[in-house]
Design a protein around this ligand. Structure first.
Ligand SMILES: [Zn+2]
Length: 144
């Protein structure tokens, strides 16, 4: 089981990694004007109840991303991955939550969707906390 503290520690680490990556990219390409879009919108950490492994994910396009089978089925039951539903402003499959859960499901084979644990979700550019969106609540109804 990942404790709430471990999940928060992991997502704090993720914010630092993302900020470092953006800084390095900007230093490597000083001629390119830096943009807010250099940052992923959100990061979140994910673990599961019967294991110790914790992974983090960032929001990004789900196009060309192959989700773990059980998670893919969950997402596709809502709408085609990569499309928008009227209930939510976010593109289905683009949030940090499914990307973090995907890491858990692929790397911790004993994990199940109904025992996932998420940290709070943060915007790494500002470190501000954001609420889980409708797509994520509908994808992980047992845990969000
Ligand atoms: Zn979401």
């Amino acid at each position: 089981m990942a404790t709430e503290q471990e999940l928060e520690h992991c997502v704090t680490h993720a914010i630092q990694i993302v900020r470092q990556r953006v800084k390095q990219t900007r230093q490597a390409h000083p001629q390119v004007k830096s943009r807010i879009q250099d940052y992923p919108a959100m990061v979140v950490a994910c673990g599961y109840r019967r294991g110790r492994e914790v992974f983090w994910g960032e929001s990004k396009s789900p196009v060309n991303h192959i989700y773990e089978g059980r998670l893919r089925e969950r997402l596709e039951a809502l709408a085609p991955i990569g499309t928008k539903r009227p209930q939510c402003n976010n593109t289905l499959g683009a949030c940090a939550e499914p990307h973090a859960a995907d890491m858990v499901l692929k790397n911790a084979p004993r994990s199940y969707l109904n025992e996932l644990q998420f940290s709070k979700a943060y915007r790494p550019r500002t470190a501000k906390r954001k609420r889980y969106c409708r797509n994520c609540k509908d994808t992980f109804p047992e845990v969000l």
